[in-house]
Each structure stands twice: as structure tokens, then as C-alpha cells.
Design a protein around this ligand. Sequence first.
Ligand code: ADP
Ligand code: MG
Length: 319
Amino acid sequence: MPSEFDLIARYFSPTTTHTDLAGGDDAALIRPSAGSQLVVSSDMLVAGTHFLANSAPESLGWKTLAVNLSDMAAMGGVPRWATLALALPLADEPWIQAFSRGFLNCATRYGVDLVGGDTTRGPLALCVTIFGEVPMGEAITRAGARAGDDLWVTGQPGLAALGLGSLTGKLTLLEPAAKRCEEALLQPVPRVEAGLKLRGLATAMIDVSDGLLGDLGHLLVRSKVGAVVETASLPLAAALATGIAPEQARSALLSGGDDYELLFSAAPDKREAVSYVSDALSLPFTRIGHLTERTGVLHLLEADGTMTDPAQLGYDHFR
Ligand code: ADP
Ligand code: MG
């Protein structure tokens, strides 16, 4: 049976590509670049609440870091360092090895040094704190949106919720769309490059982790604006390709969680520049509506011209 220290040495040894000191002491030493602000965020994943207890460990390792990278992306921050605190029910070495592989793959892909953490016995829980950098004053907060701005979303929100339905047997989806949805849930791609390229273009940004409308609500409150979302503009094609009913596709897109796309506002005169970023990244960005002066008020504009209030449609986060 490996000891706690064996496990740490084998699977969570520090990486120091841009770190002054990590491992072998009581704390790590990191050196932010001159003129930058540190961007700091934590996210905890608990078995049964945030992931299925039988999730494959390699993709879970990836996702544990990816959800934190998504918060970094939403600030326009460059991810640099992370710590990892683990509670594990038992020292299941093959499980830990696969988890570590997924986690470190993600760390390498996005240039993150693992600089420390904590390992303890307990009900499976995975907590990362991520540290990144942004040039002083250039972070993209939730608070900068203005009435008249366009509202944009990256990628294909809703796929993760469909993937969950598929994995739990609540939905029967067609291949290959089903596989794509399950992958969106199990191994989300954080939009780090998009977040960085949107500095200077986006006026406000948030990552979509709890559902598009719910997270839009947070941005509206912080920016003191309202929004009209045009349902005819929503990027529904990938969800419809699963073979589900249009109503279900729409509901997954508007209120499904766990997507990690970016939702942002930008002035209309930046449309071309925003599209240029989308092309450069080969990642579709969709303009789904615009912002209004009616603080916190969100409406859906249907194709036939009628306006509905999503609160009346029974989306959970509005209850
Ligand atoms: P301490 O007793 O000072 O808290 P620990 O025994 O908990 O130290 O950890 C020893 C070293 O291993 C520390 O440098 C810590 O940051 C690191 N560490 C422990 N668990 C992890 C982990 N899951 N991932 C990365 N580093 C870890
Ligand atoms: Mg400790």
C-alpha cells in the first residue's frame, strides 16, 4: 500500500517551469510578472454533486483543472499556477494514476505549473485553486457591459446537459452527436485562448457553468443592464443533430449547466474584430442578442416577434 507521500511523489510532484520554489518546503514561491494583477479562483468538485461517482478518472482529472481554467478564461487571465487539494476514500493507485494523467495533460496544454496541494482521506472531493495573471486593469469583469452592446456566446452551449441525459439514460441520442455531447460533459475545453483574445474587445464576460440564462442574469445584475436574447439566433444545430426535439434542444442550450463556454458583451462596432477572433481560433462565436437599459430584465424575442419572460418558462435559476 503506497503511503500518502509515495502517492504525492509519484503523481503530484510539482512542476516548476515558471515557479521559483515548489515542493520540499512549507509553501511554494511564485513571482507574478511586473505590472500584472494576480487572478485567483477556486472550484471544488464533489462526487455525486458535480460528477457521477463512477466517472472515468482520466477525464475527471482533466475536468478538475478545466473548470478552473474556465474561470480564468472568463477574466481574460493567463493561467500560470495551480494547487490541488484531494480527499480520496482510499489509495486506489490505478485510479490516482489515471486522474493525475488527465490533470497533468490539461496543465501542460494550458501552461500551468502544479505548485502544491493537500492529500487526505475522505469522501471523494477535488479542489483546485488557480492563479493567473492579467496586465494591470485589463481583466474582463462581469460589470462592464453597456446598453446597446451585442451579446455573444462561444461554441455550443447545451451539449454537456445533453451528454448528462445520455449518460444517465434519460435521453436517447443519435451518434456521433451523442459522443460529442458526452465528451462536452466529461472533458470540457476551457476557452482560455478566446478569453485572452477578447481583452480590449469584450466589455463584460462570464463563463457559462450554470446555464446560459442563469449566468447571463449574473452579468446583467453586475453591469446594471438588461438583455434581449433572440431565440432564432441561438446556435442550435449541434443539439438538434442529436435527434432530440427542438424544444429539448432549446431548453438544454438556454438552461443546461456544465458547458464552460464564454458569454460576453461587445460594442456593435467591434463585430468584425470579434468575428476575426472566432475565425483565428476556428471556434464559432454566435451573436445571440443585445443589451438594454432595463437593469436585470431579460427577455426572449421569438422568431414570430413575440417577447417572453424566461421566468414564466420555469427555468430553475429564476425560481
Ligand atoms: P504539509 O504537512 O506542510 O501540509 P503535506 O504533507 O500536506 O505538507 O504535503 C507535502 C507536499 O506535497 C507539499 O509541498 C504539498 O504542497 C504537496 N502536495 C500534497 N498533496 C498534493 C496534491 N494533491 N497535489 C500537489 N501537491 C501536493
Ligand atoms: Mg498539508
